[in-house]
Design a binder for this molecule. Structure first.
Ligand SMILES: C[S@@+](CC[C@H](N)C(=O)[O-])C[C@H]1O[C@@H](n2cnc3c(N)ncnc32)[C@H](O)[C@@H]1O
Length: 283
């Protein structure tokens, strides 16, 4: 079914207001198809569903529609090299800066179904010797409650794990749960998962050493990007690090780009690097 133009405009505006997302005319088919799926679930005509959204205060339905219209594409160790850079440069540097406290805080700010969260946790466990025995806290958030529930469950099919999870780590960090695999309990104990919208102030008073906001800002309009960056910067430790998606070019005067191999690491301006990094590694 094709939505009436004013119904579609309402959905575009709703997504902009609620999630900061920029949807243009090119998204017409996507909007129509996804609304049709939600409407079918509710056994309603598409136009009736939009009318309900317009005139009823129904947060459950609103969240369902936001979830349906967001892109949740993700995979384990997505793009590979950012996780190599975490292991070889970013995390050792942060470890040197936090060696007194021996605590490291990470925020995965658009976690989708959680692959990025477990990839980060495994990188910390497997590849950064300096962090053995430290307290590592990872906060995972997403605007979609369905994504939050999936991340919290930490269960994946063989097909999902085949997208990026090396066999040896699958065997070490996942246990059989029926026809799926679940992230091991000690990995799950490192992670707190909650729903949070990047348009709102950060969901925690903590200052995060590492923030992952990958492949989410690209979907925002300019105002959404500004609000999300305010939330991110407000939650960032002044000597911390921020990773965005590969190919996403962050322009924010509060951060400076520090390329490390193929990965661009963003550090708050003026952030010092630990003495642990050799001069050849500095920019
Ligand atoms: C393409 S996925 C990226 C997942 C992961 N970070 C990665 O790079 O593989 C984008 C995620 O951002 C979430 N998202 C969209 N708008 C958001 C917002 N305003 N606040 C928080 N999360 C949002 C979506 O629900 C989706 O799960």
């Amino acid at each position: 079914m094709t939505l009436r133009p004013d119904d579609r405009r309402f959905i575009v505006e709703l997504m902009r207001r609620q999630a900061g997302l920029a949807m243009d005319d090119a998204a017409q088919h996507l909007i129509d198809n996804r609304i049709a799926i939600v409407a079918a679930r509710h056994r309603q005509a598409d136009a009736e569903l939009v009318t309900r959204l317009r005139f009823n205060n129904d947060p459950g339905l609103l969240h369902e529609v936001i979830d349906a219209l967001c892109t949740h594409e993700t995979s384990f160790f997505r793009d590979g090299h950012p996780f190599d850079t975490l292991a070889t440069t970013v995390l050792p540097d942060l470890a040197a800066l936090r060696r007194e406290r021996r605590t490291l805080t990470v925020w995965c700010a658009a976690c989708s179904t959680g692959q990025e969260v477990w990839s980060t946790a495994i990188t910390i466990r497997e590849r950064v010797d300096d962090l053995q025995g430290w307290t590592i806290r990872i906060l995972a958030t997403d605007v979609s409650q369905a994504m939050v529930d999936r991340t919290r469950a930490g269960t994946y099919t063989d097909q999902e794990l085949a997208r990026g999870m090396p066999e040896r780590w699958k065997a070490r960090y996942f246990t059989r749960a029926g026809d799926r695999w679940q992230a091991r309990a000690d990995l799950r104990a490192m992670v707190e998962v909650t729903r949070a919208n990047l348009l709102d102030p950060a969901p925690s008073a903590r200052r995060f050493d590492l923030i992952m906001a990958r492949n989410v800002l690209i979907y925002f309009d300019a105002a959404g990007k500004r609000r999300a960056m305010d939330a991110i910067f407000g939650a960032q430790a002044s000597d911390g690090a921020l990773l965005v998606g590969t190919g996403e070019n962050l322009i924010d005067p509060r951060y400076e780009a520090r390329p490390s191999g193929r990965t661009v690491v963003y550090r708050p301006r003026g952030a010092t690097r630990s003495a642990a990094l050799s001069p050849t590694e500095s920019l």
